[in-house]
Design a protein around this ligand. Structure first.
Ligand code: PGA
Length: 260
């Protein structure tokens, strides 16, 4: 059975002190209320916050993730960080191919594919983002866009590795806009991604891949999204910066997990 995974993408927010307090608050509340083991929770702070957030999470079940990496172990790449650096900072996961990276920093599927391989080579588990723009959806090209991204970012990666990945469907028009995909729209695309996985890697790999939805998930809409058959959790931006909202989302995932 697939786990539910809820990850907080803090983007470029907070500082060492406020990040540590948020992580401590989330930890304390989860330890009181969280029905253990049903949902995996990850926090993905900006790089300079990793040590203080790691400290706040020491000994807890909450995992730590980076928001990006550069696909080389070390070298003259000013401003970048590598998978070994993230792993040494305590990360188990890394977000790759976020639409903000694609849109603002020109990241292509081929470059994201290099990052995915680099992460896997260093035993970091990627959360790979994909999703269409509003224009692509309106032109009825949402599936085509997602399929191209899927094939590009996973090129030449074997089924065993793919089976451990997290794929996040994040329609660009829903990110940070307050406009969420309906549960039906999310399920349609997640079902489509599951079919792509199955036809490319076989059914057992397809069934083991966690498919997160991301894009304006909040305390009110999380339960309906997570109730969908192929929605296995969420990648949460804005709402992950507010303890109570994030915890409501984790609780919604735990409720969905109990029903499966
Ligand atoms: P949002 O961001 O929840 O603020 O829409 C999600 C994401 O970008 O991962």
């Amino acid at each position: 059975m697939r786990p539910y995974i809820v990850a907080g993408n803090w983007k470029m927010n907070l500082d060492a002190r406020s990040g540590q307090s948020l992580a401590s608050e989330i930890r304390a509340t989860l330890e009181q209320t969280h029905p253990g083991g049903l949902v995996r929770v990850l926090l993905c702070p900006p790089f300079p916050l990793l040590p203080s957030v790691a400290e706040a999470l020491t000994g807890s079940d909450i995992g730590l993730g980076g928001q990006n990496l550069y696909p080389a172990d070390n070298g003259a790449f000013t401003g970048e960080v590598s998978a070994p650096m993230l792993a040494a900072a305590g990360c188990s996961h890394v977000i790759l191919g976020h639409s903000e990276r694609r849109g603002y920093f020109g990241e292509t599927d081929a470059f994201i594919n290099k990052k995915v391989r680099h992460a896997l080579a260093h035993k970091l588990l990627p959360i790979i983002c994909m999703g269409e723009t509003l224009e692509q959806r309106e032109q009825d090209k949402a599936r085509q866009t997602v399929e191209t991204q899927f094939r590009g970012v996973l090129k030449d990666i074997d089924g065993d590795s793919v089976g451990n990945l997290i794929l996040a469907y994040e329609p660009v028009w829903a990110i940070g806009t307050g406009k969420t995909a309906t549960p039906k729209q999310a399920q349609e695309m997640h079902g489509f991604i599951r079919t792509l996985l199955s036809s490319t890697y076989g059914d057992s790999v397809a069934q083991s891949v966690v498919l997160q939805y991301g894009g304006s998930v909040n305390a009110d809409n999380a339960a309906d999204l997570f109730a969908q058959e192929d929605v296995d959790g969420g990648l949460i931006g804005g709402a992950s910066l507010r303890t109570q909202d994030f915890l409501s989302i984790v609780t919604a995932a735990a409720e969905a997990a109990k029903r499966t």
